[in-house]
Design a protein around this ligand. Structure first.
Ligand SMILES: Nc1ncnc2c1ncn2[C@@H]1O[C@H](COP(=O)(O)OP(=O)(O)O)[C@@H](O)[C@H]1O
Ligand SMILES: [Mg+2]
Length: 496
């Protein structure tokens, strides 16, 4: 049996398990391709403080086969890294950073290249302009080795900056459903009002101009807070650490871990904190985590999470949905699992050409799949909407947008399609929604009252003619001024 024993690369693993990267089903696979390329463009622009102009063009070339071109005006990618970005899984600048970004694992771009290769055999064609240098190349993943394969490399000078990714993909499709690219880009535009998007699907053009000129601040990196750490994470952090001793490791790795705190910890556990972090065992890590939990800690920094902003959400919902009213609410930063800061934002739109929808976002990325597993869906569904004048959420013109922003979003899986239903997060989302819903209720009540008044008013108006004639006959006054006065009185009394 051991004759067949062999090692395989992470690329081979993801080739077999491509559903983990979002490549399952034709519609979802196409949305995943666009999602990976667009989030990279947005992340890069944010880091470089550029107002993003993003263009996505999709054209059908055969049955279930499409050409995709995504271009951005970001900083571009240096030549030395181009191969790794698109030709090697688990390579990138964001891995293991506690930072509010869209990408995390360094598998997006190369995952897209791999999907092209698996479905059409073709490499991606990349053009990148970075710091005055233009590079174009065909890049794909050598799946056995998880290494980039680069061909047709051409270099030149550039008087612009940005990245263009072109690829041909099989086993993909676009349509007008809520799971497809149009909806994805529309929602991305809502959560990124500072970005402008051009989308062309088989010649049909859609534009989503920016509604704000404010680039979100570049994401700040934070160290993890001791209260947030789990045993296996502690082991992983320790293994990767370059600190000489466990004592130094705690001070250097975590936020709020002073030498005084290390001394306090030392008294609580039976672990030699002078040894190398690389020698930390599972049992010791478990004891340390338990002891850390029993200590008093300064709260984590909260100024590292950037919400979209109430005005920005309102502006983009109004621009894209044209509703009667939008109420937005950005809550103050909160902490979950004792150590991870996050901010919940909501917007409720009411009245218009939509009904009973939920829009979910995590760090400005729309979540279209696995709705039922998501903390946001759970919170929206658990609200008694009748109390807020909405008798039947699914069938009334109401839309609830919820956005969770955090340096670490607890996704349910590597596919990052839904937020796990942690109790504190669900409750926080509920609180935000109820605050906004109270104002929606005031609007709805006003609407009902003004409709009733309108009815009464028009009923009375019908009698004004008769009445003014009769009063004129009885009193001898001319009928016209009587009529005008009566109309004025009714209007005054029966309007809000
Ligand atoms: N359009 C782009 N512009 C600039 N840099 C990019 C772009 N796309 C990808 N990158 C770089 O390539 C890296 C790998 O991207 P990706 O595989 O999607 O992983 P992740 O986004 O999780 O880091 C990113 O971390 C970033 O440094
Ligand atoms: Mg990415």
């Amino acid at each position: 049996m051991f004759e067949d024993f062999r090692e395989y690369s992470v690329a081979e693993f993801f080739k077999k398990n491509r559903h983990m990267l979002g490549f399952s089903g034709k519609i979802k696979s196409m949305t995943t391709i666009i999602h990976e390329l667009v989030t990279n463009a947005l992340d890069a622009c944010e880091e470089a403080q550029i107002l993003p102009d993003i263009r996505v063009e999709i054209s059908q070339v055969d049955v279930d086969k499409y050409k995709v071109v995504v271009s951005d005006n970001g900083p571009g990618i240096p030549k030395e890294l181009l191969g790794k970005v698109f030709g090697q899984l688990l390579a990138g600048t964001k891995f293991h950073k506690y930072k509010q970004q869209r990408g995390q694992q360094g598998i997006g771009a190369a995952g897209v290249a791999m999907y092209a290769k698996l479905t059409t055999g073709l490499p991606l064609h990349i053009i990148s302009a970075h710091e005055g240098k233009l590079v174009s190349a065909d890049i794909t993943v050598d799946i056995q080795k998880n290494q980039p394969l680069i061909t047709n490399l051409i270099e030149d000078e550039a008087d612009f900056h940005g990245t263009i990714v072109e690829g041909v993909f099989g086993d993909v499709k676009v349509d007008k459903s809520e799971y497809s690219v149009l909806e994805y880009i529309k929602r991305t535009a809502i959560a990124n009002p500072h970005a402008s998007f051009e989308l062309v699907i088989n010649g049909e053009q859609y534009s989503f101009p920016r509604t704000s000129d404010k680039v979100p601040p570049p994401p700040k990196e934070v160290k993890p807070h001791p209260l947030g750490v789990l045993t296996y994470e502690l082991i992983e952090l320790a293994k990767r650490s370059t600190s000489k001793t466990l004592k130094r490791f705690f001070v250097e790795t975590f936020e709020r871990f002073s030498t005084a705190k290390v001394q306090e910890l030392e008294k609580l556990v039976n672990v030699d904190l002078n040894k190398s972090p690389k020698e930390l065992t599972w049992q010791e890590a478990e004891d340390l985590v338990k002891a850390i939990r029993s200590m008093q800690w300064m709260a984590p920094r909260k100024d590292v999470v950037y919400p979209i902003g109430e005005d920005q959400i309102k502006g983009s919902l109004e621009a894209i949905l044209k509703p009667e009213i939008v109420i937005t609410r950005t809550r103050d930063p909160k902490i979950y699992r004792g150590g991870i800061p996050y901010v919940v934002e909501v917007g409720i739109a009411y009245g218009g050409n939509f009904k009973g929808s939920i829009m979910r976002f995590a760090n400005r990325v729309p979540l279209l799949f696995d709705s039922s597993a998501c903390a946001i869906t759970k919170a929206v569904k658990s609200i008694d909407w009748k109390r807020y004048g909405i008798k039947d959420f699914d069938n009334e013109p109401v839309l609830a947008l919820v956005s969770l922003n955090s340096v670490f979003v607890p996704y349910v899986s590597a596919g990052k399609t839904a937020i796990s239903q942690e109790e504190e997060i669900v409750q926080e989302i509920k609180n935000a929604l109820m605050e906004a819903a109270r104002k929606i209720k005031i609007h709805i009540n006003k609407k009902i009252r003004s409709r009733e008044l309108e009815k009464k008013k028009s009923a009375l108006m019908r009698y004004v003619n008769y009445l003014s004639h009769d009063i004129s006959y009885l009193s001898g006054y001319p009928p016209e001024p009587l009529k005008e006065n009566l109309e004025r009185i009714i209007k005054e009394k029966y309007s809000l």
